[in-house]
Design a protein around this ligand. Structure first.
Ligand code: DCP
Ligand code: MG
Ligand code: MG
Length: 630
């Protein structure tokens, strides 16, 4: 680490140097305004203009801006919202299907504007786009003598595809606000020109989202993901902000004005440890006063005596914590973020189905099997929709049909099956709360991938009885009376399947057979149960991420991971990400795996992702927000 000595008041202080930012990329960030409410408004245009709330259990997942004008807020209990705004229309948001569908449509549209196909969704309502090459191309085309009548080309091949714009000014807001006189000078700066062009592209795309799809959005434009996302929050709703990274002090002033917890890459646990250190409070549960913690700004952390990547590393050094966290946080504090916008893919990284039984926990083997079957059926159905395609898209060949249905072939398949449960502790229970949440994984049985001659129901039945029930038995030795409040079944560790034309190994249906063979070999090799590191849902850096594991006394492995979603009566898909394969990782002992340690006595608990105190009835809905990564 580079340091320099500064003298202040006679005392020499070692100050770590700021890391260097790379401004070569151009990144756009979009966040749709009051997303769930907009989806429902678009489906029921008569609702437009009326205050609208979207209900999940007894809270509002979100509300539109007409409702916000009355003081209604996101995550407000419905009873309270009705008191503030008696005319509030409340619609159910339990079924995520319409939100997921809208999210995919909007993402597909935005994706088509990144030539490098780098378009990454974050949750259902945010998208990052890397438009570096589009902007570079248009920078070359700019005619300095006719800036006001510029044309932005959206295609390299079709010079007429694009839009007109005035290149003497930015579209939307800029940060910091620069005197227009200075701006003219700044336009000699190629970086400034790139950002200006990007502001027009973002403005055009936001307009299309609104006109063609009916969604207003907020936009952020900058040179990395962290800066673009933070810039997008400056002017909400229905506006956009370009963060000018032209000078280091512009960036630093912008970052310094944020609370530590507002920085997207810094999870609540890391924020807590740093806040406690900066405020010189010991990290005990009592000291975890959010009100104190949330006051700590980036500036205060940065200017704390002797603050450096090394000091941050020491502050964050906990069992199970990630090496190099200190440097990553140090970078975030300075607006430095080298993380790439992920390449777009139509294949999810994992598919997860779950159901909760908070009101009526499951206690008998019959109840358990009924639910395992239902969840397995949803899972197998979802897998066939999301991971398989018609082998013969024209359905022309009789051999490619089964009962009139086209024969499917896998385009990707998961290697891992994971079962997670949450046991609701009985009143006065002495069992530690964090042992209520458990997971176990195993290789996905090969029969699940058999697409020929097997109905979804038949596969689901085998999956439930031959895989999920045994997994459950390994988690819970009692034969009944578990007080089971949640079951989550997830398939992950996706492997892309090369098309038969690419491998030259015969017909597509044979591809499925090949997978089956591959799996049988794999299962032989992987006889031991294995715990896989679940892919993080959002790019959050945290010392106790969802991969936290502990080993129990029987040497079996329990993954105390984020069982973090709620759904309605029906089992629903809850997690689905863009593809990214991950390999089994070593199991680590993590004494800090206390994700749910604060399960309430006072009917509220802290969200382990963002730190907010949430009423117990709402925590799962709230956590689902963090985890729904479609
Ligand atoms: N959501 C949820 N639970 C939460 C937070 C959000 O289910 N705790 C859902 C509802 C939101 C969507 O996710 O519509 C996107 O979250 P945002 O925080 O972006 O909120 P909105 O898009 O609703 O509002 P904004 O205009 O502030 O972006
Ligand atoms: Mg959002
Ligand atoms: Mg939003």
């Amino acid at each position: 680490m580079k340091t320099s000595a500064l003298t202040s008041g006679g005392a020499k202080t070692i100050v770590a140097r700021a890391p260097k930012r790379n401004d070569d990329r151009v990144i756009l960030h979009f966040d749709y305004d009051c997303f769930y409410a907009s989806v429902l408004e678009n489906a029921n245009p008569g609702l437009k203009g009326q205050p609208l709330g979207v209900k999940q259990k007894s809270i509002l997942a979100t509300c539109n801006y007409a409702a916000r004008a009355h003081g209604v807020k996101k995550l407000m209990p419905i009873a309270e919202a009705h008191k503030i705004c008696p005319g509030l229309v409340v619609l159910s948001g339990e079924d995520l299907t319409p939100f997921r569908d809208a999210s995919k449509r909007l993402w597909s549209f935005l994706r088509s504007h990144s030539w490098s196909d780098r378009a990454e969704r974050l949750g259902l309502d945010e998208v990052f786009l890397d438009v570096t090459d589009v902007i570079a191309y248009n920078q070359e085309l700019l005619n300095r003598n006719a800036l006001q009548d510029s044309f932005f080309q959206l295609s390299r091949h079709d010079p007429e595809k694009g839009f007109s714009f005035d290149a003497t000014q930015f579209f939307g807001c800029i940060q910091p606000s620069v005197d227009p006189k200075d701006l003219t000078l700044l336009l000699d700066n190629p970086l400034c020109v790139r950002l200006l062009l990007a502001s027009h592209l973002a403005g055009y795309l936001r307009l299309k989202l609104e006109e063609d799809f009916g969604y207003t959005s907020s936009g952020g434009i900058s040179t990395n993901k962290t800066l673009a996302k933070l810039a997008g929050s400056v002017n909400k709703p229905q506006n956009q902000t370009t963060l000018l990274t032209l000078r280091d002090d512009y960036v630093q002033d912008f970052m310094d004005g944020h609370k530590l917890r507002q920085i997207p890459g810094i999870g609540s646990r890391i924020a807590q440890l740093i806040e406690d250190h900066v405020l010189s409070i010991s990290t005990t549960p009592d000291s975890r006063d959010l009100e104190i913690g949330t006051k700590v700004t980036v500036r205060e952390v940065r200017q704390y005596p002797s603050m450096s990547p090394d000091l941050l590393e020491r502050i964050l050094d906990r069992p199970g914590s990630e090496r190099g966290s200190g440097e990553k946080v140090w970078n975030f504090l300075h607006g430095v973020d080298a993380s790439e916008v992920k390449e777009a893919s139509d294949v999810p990284t994992q598919i997860s189905i779950e159901d909760t039984y908070m009101a009526r926990p499951l206690n008998t083997p019959n109840e358990l099997m009924r639910e395992l079957r239902a969840i397995a059926t949803s899972l197998v159905r979802r897998m066939r929709v999301d991971l398989a395609v018609a082998d013969d898209p024209d359905h022309s060949s009789p051999a490619s049909q089964q009962d009139g249905q086209p024969q499917l072939r896998w385009i990707a398949y998961p290697r891992t099956l994971r079962l997670s449960t949450f046991i609701r502790p009985k009143p006065n229970s002495t069992i530690p709360e964090n042992l209520g949440r458990r997971s176990r994984s195993q290789p996905l049985p090969s029969f699940v991938l058999n697409l020929k001659d097997t109905s979804i129901e038949a596969v689901a039945e085998r999956l439930a009885s031959e895989a999920l029930l045994p997994l459950f038995r390994r988690l819970h030795s009692e034969r009944q009376g578990w007080n089971l409040a949640l079951i989550n079944v997830c398939v992950a560790n996706m492997v892309m399947v090369a098309r038969s034309s690419e491998t030259g190994n015969g017909g597509g249906a044979g591809g499925a057979r090949d997978i089956g063979r591959m799996f049988r070999t794999q299962e032989d090799k992987l006889r031991e149960w294995t715990v896989y590191d679940p892919t993080p849902i959002a790019p959050v850096l945290d010392s106790t991420s969802s991969s936290a594991c502990v080993t129990d006394t029987n040497d079996d492995v329990m993954d105390i991971e984020e069982v973090n979603k709620e759904k309605g009566v029906e089992a629903v898909e809850v997690v689905e990400e863009l593809i990214e394969t991950s390999d089994p990782v070593a199991i680590s002992l993590d004494s800090d795996a206390d994700a749910w340690e604060e399960e309430d006595e006072d009917e509220s608990q802290r969200c382990h992702l963002c730190g907010h105190i949430i009423p117990i009835f709402a925590i799962l809905a709230h956590e689902r927000f963090h985890s729904v990564d479609d």
